[in-house]
Design a protein around this ligand. Structure first.
Ligand SMILES: Nc1ncnc2c1ncn2[C@@H]1O[C@H](COP(=O)(O)OP(=O)(O)OP(=O)(O)O)[C@@H](O)[C@H]1O
Ligand SMILES: [Mg+2]
Ligand SMILES: [Zn+2]
Length: 308
C-alpha cells in the first residue's frame, strides 16, 4: 500500500492507477451550455468544469504532503479512550476546536489556535534534584496522554472535510469562453505536521546547506504559509539563539496573517517561553486564548504498570 493511501481513510482511498472514465484523466468535463449573446441570441457553447476526480487526486496529494507520521496513521477520534480527566479534557478540547474550525479557517479571528501543554514542564522537572525530582515526575506526568494522537486525528479530519476559498479569480490563459472564469478557486485545506526536534534540525542543516538557501527558504515558507500548522513536541529541541529566531519568525508570521497552529508541548507556560523565546511564546499563547490546556495524568504507554 502506498504511503498516501495508508494515510487516508476508507472514505478517501483510491487505487494508484485509477483511470477516470468521466473525464478520461483530463480533469475537465466539457458540456454544452446555452449562453445569451449581447444581441439577445442564445447560442450553445462548450463549457468546461473541473471533474470530481480532480478533488480526489488533490486530497491524496494533500495527505502525502501533510507528513502525518506513519505510526499515527490509525490515530482517530473513535479509537481514543476517555477514561481519565486528562483524556476527557484533551478530547473535548479538540472536539470543540474542530466544531469552530470552519469559522476559524476563514481567518477573521485572532484566537485561532489550540495548544496542549504541561502543568509542570519537562525542563522544570529536570532542574530539580533527588527526591523532589522523583516526586514531581510522579505527580506531574505529561507524557503519553494522547496529545499527538489527537493532533494527528485532527489533521486528518481537517484534510478530509475542510475546503477553503481563495479570494482570487481563476487565471485562465486559454479561450475565455471555454472556462467558467467567475468561479473562485476552491481548494482543500492544507495541513503540515512537524515534529519539533526533526523540524528544527532540518531547518538548521538546511541553513548551512550549500544550495544558496533554497531548501531553507522552502521549509520556512511552507511552515509560515500552510493553512494549518500542526506542531508536535514544541520546545523539545535543544535551545539555541538561532532556533529562537526561527521560532519567532514562523510564529510571528502566522500570528500576523491569522493562520492557526495546533501544537503540543511537554513544557509548561513558563518553561515553553524559555525554550522558544518570550516573543514567540507570547504571540502563540495569545493565538490560543482560552484554547490552551495544561494537562497531566497517566501515561497511556504505561497503563497497567507495564511499558508497552
Ligand atoms: N486515550 C487514548 N486512547 C487510545 N490510544 C491512546 C490514548 N492515549 C494515547 N494513546 C496511544 O498511545 C501512544 C502514545 O500517545 P501519544 O504519542 O499521542 O501521547 P503524547 O501525549 O503525545 O505523549 P508524548 O508527550 O510523550 O509525546 C500512541 O500510540 C497513541 O495512539
Ligand atoms: Mg507526542
Ligand atoms: Zn475525472
Amino acid at each position: 500500500m502506498s504511503k498516501q493511501s495508508e494515510n487516508s481513510n476508507s472514505q478517501t482511498e483510491h487505487s494508484e492507477d485509477t483511470k477516470c472514465t468521466a473525464c478520461n484523466d483530463t480533469g475537465l468535463i466539457i458540456e454544452k451550455k446555452e449562453q445569451k449573446q449581447p444581441n439577445g441570441k442564445v447560442v450553445l457553447k462548450d463549457l468546461g468544469r473541473p471533474c470530481h476526480c480532480v478533488q480526489k487526486r488533490a486530497l491524496k496529494k494533500a495527505f502525502k504532503n501533510s507528513l502525518i507520521p506513519d505510526e499515527f496513521k490509525n490515530a482517530r477520534f473513535d479509537n481514543y479512550e476517555t477514561n481519565s480527566d486528562a483524556q476527557e479534557t484533551l478530547f473535548n478540547a479538540i472536539k470543540e476546536y474542530l466544531k469552530d474550525f470552519p469559522e476559524i479557517i476563514k481567518g477573521e479571528s485572532e484566537q485561532n489556535s489550540l495548544g496542549f501543554i504541561a502543568a509542570f514542564g519537562e525542563t522544570r522537572i529536570r532542574s530539580l534534584q533527588g527526591e523532589a525530582k522523583y516526586q514531581a515526575k510522579a505527580d506531574h506526568n505529561n507524557f503519553g496522554l494522547g496529545k499527538t494522537h489527537l493532533q494527528m486525528a485532527a489533521a486528518k479530519w481537517i484534510l478530509n472535510r475542510i475546503r477553503v476559498r481563495d479570494d482570487i479569480e481563476m487565471n485562465v490563459k486559454s479561450n475565455a469562453d471555454f472556462l467558467d472564469t467567475k468561479s473562485k478557486f476552491d481548494r482543500g485545506c492544507q495541513v503540515l505536521c512537524v515534529s519539533d526536534i526533526t523540524f528544527m534540525d532540518d531547518l538548521t542543516s538546511a541553513k548551512m546547506a550549500g544550495d544558496g538557501g533554497g531548501t531553507f527558504k522552502n521549509l520556512l515558507h511552507n511552515a509560515i504559509n500552510v493553512d494549518v500548522l500542526v506542531w508536535d513536541d514544541l520546545g523539545k529541541a535543544k535551545y539555541s539563539e538561532s532556533k529562537e529566531g526561527l521560532y519567532y519568525q514562523i510564529i510571528n508570521e502566522r500570528y500576523l496573517h491569522k493562520r492557526p497552529i495546533i501544537f503540543s508541548s511537554n513544557e509548561d507556560k513558563g518553561t515553553l517561553s524559555e525554550k522558544i523565546g518570550y516573543a514567540a511564546s507570547s504571540r502563540l499563547l495569545g493565538m490560543c486564548g482560552d484554547r490552551l490546556y495544561a494537562v497531566e495524568g497517566e501515561d497511556y504507554r504505561m497503563r497497567g504498570g507495564v511499558q508497552l
